[in-house]
Design a protein. Structure first.
Lengths: 291, 291
């Protein structure tokens, strides 16, 4: 069986064709333009490839309530062309195959739990820290939906007293995670592209604090068996160890689990399926899609 | 069938006997002394009542990993008599009936989801705000466990700039929810028992902020379909409306779900099974216990 996978992102669309065992047979990328321009290209690719099922991991927010008439529709995105766009329905009607959809980060989290850095865990959180911050929360082996889907990037945190930008830069929230700790906040504090700063720059001390606060709040809220941290900011690998140490320091012995107190290096980890966690997650969703 | 239910608390033990339909047939209370004194009393009650199954909702932390040799054992509690006490095992060996255990707040959360204020929800959070703060997080209809169990009381929050006690009073964590917003923090700020303060006291403005921040962080992390707020502090019913308004204000339109933006009064609610949510939850756990 040939299974189509789509990772729909704000700047690019990544398309893959997998077999049932997860071997990537074909793949391509397209720039994300308007739905009128981009969707026919996506449909043409999957039609040519002759897929039998389709899985989609998409940027959000997206309506994931199966009972909703708008199931699979992009909702309040700042990308105006895509607002209220029925992504799942359009692809299903054009391709006439069973299809499933989730957020890009839920798809990536699912992939890391099934096949990657959190293999064997029932409960884990995958976080991507880049231009924005998003998380896939996996509980009982499945991505959490609920009222909508998690939006962990907008968790409120305690501003660091040394932070010159303690309110952060989110247009919606004062001192939320994304506003304090996504790439643009780092660049704004430093007055330079964060990618060009040395590891010794003080912005990374703040960054470790904020990402450790996030880990603490995830731990006390959903008690994950592992936290997987990915995304562009985590390419700066030395951050990982600082975040681990700071998380242990902030928890201060309260959570007496040896996974945290003694083995934090295998508790807070980087992804194993980079850079295609999301695409592999879309394949998993597609494989399990029902007509 | 007669099903025993135990809500094991730090100051009292509440014991009930239910039938299969959930009718409460008998109940009693005992003060929580040492295990040597209290456990024989609990066992005697259940033996006399002739139960066939047992459910337990207990204060924590408690080991809930079914694969663990210490499954059902109280772990790092500050109540030293009970530290490392094998609660489940002792009751199972004495009573020889199928038994199940969870935290008191997970039990109460389960009860509110199945039969109370969050009926019909797959995902919901029950929070009790009293001498301490704890939460039962229900995802996919089941309490979340994971590495341990949630400890939502220790979520880190942003101190309110007007707070005379911005670090809170938790011995483990600076500015965590419980340290900022449980009853003792209110009393410490006010210099008087919080129960005797008028609604107009400024401590309740801070309290609304902190509990609203908690609601925001729960919403962005697990996307509950409802949040149920119980416990002694919530007896001050006017707080509820302030927390609702402040949650909407803090979210600032980011989560575009009408349940929040238009119907917050039926989204953040009080328990329906007070004061026996926990005992009913223990009954549910017992009813579903397997040998």
């Amino acid at each position: 069986m040939r299974i189509g996978a789509l990772e729909a992102g704000g700047t690019k669309m990544v398309l893959g064709i997998f077999d049932e065992e997860g071997r990537l047979l074909e793949n391509t990328k397209l720039p994300t333009r308007s739905p009128e321009k981009t969707m026919p290209e996506i449909i043409a690719f999957f039609e040519e490839q002759g897929i039998e099922k389709l899985g989609i991991g998409t940027f959000g927010p997206v309506d994931l309530r199966k009972s909703s008439p708008d199931y699979g529709t992009i909702t309040a995105t700042p990308k105006l062309d895509w607002r209220n766009y029925p992504l799942l329905k359009t692809l299903q009607e054009a391709l006439q195959v069973p299809a499933a959809i989730d957020t890009d980060v839920n798809a990536a989290g699912l992939a890391e739990v099934r096949l990657g850095a959190a293999r064997g865990c029932d409960n884990a959180v995958y976080v991507t820290i880049g231009t924005g911050i998003g998380a896939g929360v996996i509980i009982g082996g499945r991505p959490v939906h609920g009222l909508m889907h998690p939006e962990v990037g907008h968790m409120l945190l305690r501003p660091n007293p040394m932070d010159p930008l303690p309110r952060g830069i989110c247009p919606y929230h004062e001192s939320c995670l994304e506003g304090l700790a996504a790439g643009p906040a780092l660049s704004k504090r430093a007055g330079a592209d964060a990618e060009n700063l040395p590891d010794s720059d003080p912005v990374f001390t703040l960054e470790s604090d904020y990402l450790a606060q996030m880990c603490v709040n995830l731990i006390v809220t959903v008690s994950p068996e592992k936290i997987v941290l990915g995304g562009g900011v985590m390419h700066r690998t030395y951050l990982l160890d600082r975040i681990r140490k700071e998380t242990v320091r902030l928890l201060n012995g309260y959570i007496q689990a040896p996974e945290i107190t003694a083995r934090i290096d295998s508790y807070i980890v980087i992804p194993e399926l980079y850079p295609i966690s999301g695409l592999i997650g879309a394949w998993l969703l597609g494989k399990e899609a029902e007509a």
